[in-house]
Design a protein around this ligand. Sequence first.
Ligand SMILES: [Zn+2]
Ligand SMILES: [Zn+2]
Length: 188
Amino acid sequence: MPEIKLKCSCGKVKGKTKNVNESSGTRIMCCCDDCQSFAQYLNQESSVLDQYGGTDIFQMPISNIKITEGIEQISSVRLSAKGMYRRYTICCNTPIGNTMGPGVPFIGVIHNFMDNASTRDEELGKNRGHIQTKFARQEVPTELKGSSLKIILRSLSKLIVWKIKGLNKPSVFFDDNGKPIAKPNILN
Ligand SMILES: [Zn+2]
Ligand SMILES: [Zn+2]
């Protein structure tokens, strides 16, 4: 399976994935208000969001991601006290991805952090559709909409398998005792 290079836009933070292809994870376009707020928070709306306000995300196990350079440049924000940890680089405000607590073997990597703009469809397959389209900035054409139910079921069943396989460790964001490596900012 292809290994994908990870890189922030200025190049200070680098890493790579392993074991990634169309069937190993789930590629979606998330139009939810929180993903849009995250892009806004980073002042990166034009580079992150598509015309519908969707963020191109690849969901995969956290342990299949490695940061090889610039880990000290990584910070995170939570849009609310119980929100996801949204990771980004402080060097150039590149969104990295969305993660949950230390026990959850999940990251939704945002396209900007994957150095594969020209080979993305080939490596990860086409996206499975726009979801959470009630938050979209303009009407999403029916043929671009994904079935939220189908995608949720797929994501959940993958999550269960990843959990059984223990793919929440090692994590680049938590130590082996589950303590966060950097303290997130929490927004109100
Ligand atoms: Zn950078
Ligand atoms: Zn979202």
